[in-house]
Design a protein around this ligand. Structure first.
Ligand code: NAG
Ligand code: NAG
Ligand code: NAG
Ligand code: NAG
Ligand code: NAG
Ligand code: NAG
Ligand code: NAG
Ligand code: NAG
Ligand code: NAG
Ligand code: NAG
Ligand code: NAG
Length: 465
């Protein structure tokens, strides 16, 4: 009170002159003791020593399930009350307290409870924990697997490697947080199998893995029953979003070529994550989510090339469709160019003279049949409830747009990259996006994207920019 009166009473100049006599302490002269507060311990974790595919026989198969009430969730009309609030900038109810507008969830003084309160919450948070665990391992693994020289050859310095190590440490925190929320049966660390042989393949894989990790959480965050858990998860996924952008910068890409980041359904995140888990401990908590068949982008743009869209069959496999450096000739490699617009060494940002993809680009696709063993201990089975594929669904920013599949022959077809903008000046298809094959054009928007799932035939990631 007194302080604010001083500020309004005198001019800033008067305040400054009154302060003039006060000795200015610009340096701390004494170090006082600062007793640390109690620090919560980390969840048990190890630097996983074994990597590679699973070769055993699964002792259990299929996603976790219980009684299933219907083949899909039926659409319902919007709730009328949501149209009633006038939204005119005026107040329409008494204030519960000063400076406190009426409404909101979890704002009435009840104590927060940071735990799942439904199957939806538990399964979503457990999925997020599987994701944090793979990131923890992946970031450490890269540092252990590749030599200093390998990193230097890709333009990544000792300081960059420290940043990578710090990102791994962040994952310990995220895994600890989610384990504490979930309780005793929380999924634990597994062993993994990564589709990479070089540092640049590794960075591309990290960039794509953090993309579906981040987008996977955005897809369910606002549907969680436990608002309290959502709050904590939001604060961890914001960190993950930064990691994704840093991997783009490590890769020499434009850091954020979109105005909005995508949210995807949980089953999409699980579909893209599970193939890289080789095995989990016997009593591991299993998940409910669907594993969809892989969509392979035959001319997936390759960011390691000067002309990244002029490419054929240059990925290290389906699902994430990450880049392969194997067949790139030195004069085609963007690391070797020092021309602005071509050079792709790690940087805050780069322009690309030759865009990785563009509207009107012909995109060649092939897809796997369902019924394949996938995920930890090969104990999940890929499935689809859709009919034959007819469309490619481009899921980017706030939009889902369908383009027809053409020349469908067996499990191959092509389609044309659509020309659309989210808002004027923001081409929708850019960055690392999601491409799904569907049997119909399901109208969906960010909050009901999951309604597309019964119509998805196959799923992959597309490197649009
Ligand atoms: C894992 O390895 C990193 C070095 O890459 C080290 O800093 C960290 O302490 C190790 N973690 C564990 C749990 O051993
Ligand atoms: C407080 O708000 C919650 C919803 O956020 C509601 O479920 C609960 O009944 C409210 N409690 C009281 C005492 O009004
Ligand atoms: C999965 O494989 C691991 C390693 O072989 C094994 O320890 C574990 O018991 C297996 N889990 C299941 C559910 O079969
Ligand atoms: C892509 O290349 C792999 C080998 O690298 C080969 O097995 C596969 O048949 C090729 N696919 C196409 C569609 O060219
Ligand atoms: C690019 O590299 C060439 C040969 O390596 C050199 O002659 C040229 O000066 C370099 N240009 C720039 C802008 O650094
Ligand atoms: C980079 O791209 C932007 C937008 O396309 C363009 O305005 C800018 O001039 C480019 N900068 C350089 C240095 O090429
Ligand atoms: C994607 O974004 C980059 C960076 O702003 C831009 O140069 C490129 O033209 C965009 N691509 C498309 C297809 O709009
Ligand atoms: C995309 O749409 C814009 C605006 O309608 C148009 O100028 C441009 O030529 C279109 N691009 C292609 C490849 O059709
Ligand atoms: C599509 O199929 C038609 C008829 O078989 C063929 O003439 C055409 O070349 C095909 N187009 C592409 C791009 O493969
Ligand atoms: C993309 O999403 C925005 C925001 O919801 C919407 O206004 C726009 O119409 C959508 N554009 C297309 C082509 O679907
Ligand atoms: C999803 O929501 C949009 C409105 O945002 C609606 O037009 C569409 O029909 C809904 N889709 C389904 C499958 O319910």
């Amino acid at each position: 009170m007194t302080f604010s009166r001083v500020l309004t009473g005198g001019s800033l100049l008067a305040l400054a002159s009154r302060c003039f006599a006060v000795p200015v302490v610009s340096e701390a002269t004494t170090t006082f003791t600062s007793i640390p507060t109690a620090t919560p311990s980390q969840v048990p974790n190890t630097n996983v020593t074994s990597h590679g595919p699973y070769t055993g026989t699964p002792t259990t198969t299929g996603a976790l399930s219980t009684d299933v009430l219907a083949p899909s969730v039926a659409p319902l009309p919007a709730e009328e009350f949501k149209f009633e609030y006038p939204a005119d900038g005026k107040l329409h109810a008494p204030e519960p307290a000063p400076y406190t507008p009426a409404g909101g969830l979890g704002t009435n003084g009840t104590l927060p409870v940071y735990r799942p309160i439904s199957d939806f919450d538990y399964e979503s948070l457990a999925l997020a924990l599987y994701q944090e665990w793979i990131e923890l391992d992946l970031f450490h693994w890269g540092l252990a697997k590749f030599s200093v020289q390998d990193f230097e050859d890709a333009g990544l310095t000792a300081e960059d490697r420290s940043l990578l190590e710090f990102m791994a440490d962040q994952e310990v925190g995220h895994a600890t947080l989610l384990t504490n929320i979930l309780g005793a049966e929380a999924p634990v660390q597994c062993t993994y199998n990564y589709p990479v042989n070089t540092v640049r393949e590794y960075i591309d894989f990290c960039q794509k893995l953090t993309r579906f990790g981040e987008s996977g959480v955005y897809g369910f965050l606002n549907h969680l029953d436990s608002r309290e858990s959502a709050q904590l998860l939001l604060q961890s996924i914001s960190t993950e979003a930064r990691q994704q952008m840093i991997f783009r910068q490590f890769e020499g890409l434009f850091p954020m070529p979109v105005w909005f980041e995508i949210g995807i359904p949980q089953s999409w995140a699980w579909t893209l994550l599970a193939p890289y888990i080789s095995s989990c401990p016997a009593d591991q908590t299993r998940l409910i989510w669907q594993n969809m068949p892989s969509l392979n982008i035959l001319n997936q743009p390759n960011p390691a090339r000067i002309d990244g869209s002029d490419v054929w069959n240059e990925t290290t496999g389906g699902y994430t469709n990450t880049l392969s450096t194997e067949d790139i000739k030195p004069n085609e490699d963007c690391l070797n160019s020092n021309v602005t617009g071509e050079n792709c060494s790690p940087a805050i940002t780069h322009n690309r003279t030759n865009p990785l993809s563009y509207p009107g680009r012909q995109v060649f696709l092939s897809w796997d049949e369902p019924g394949q063993a996938v995920g930890p201990n090969n104990s999940y089975v890929s499935s689809t409830s859709a009919c034959a594929p007819l469309y490619a669904a481009w899921v980017s920013q706030l939009n889902v747009t369908y383009t027809p599949l053409q020349n469908i022959s067996g499990n191959t077809a092509f389609t044309i990259q659509p020309n659309m903008s989210t808002f004027q000046g923001d081409p929708a298809v850019n960055g690392t996006i999601f491409l799904a094959l569907t049997d119909m054009e399901v109208p969906v928007t960010p909050f009901n994207l999951t309604m597309i799932n019964p119509h998805v035939v196959a799923l992959g990631m597309y490197q649009a920019g």
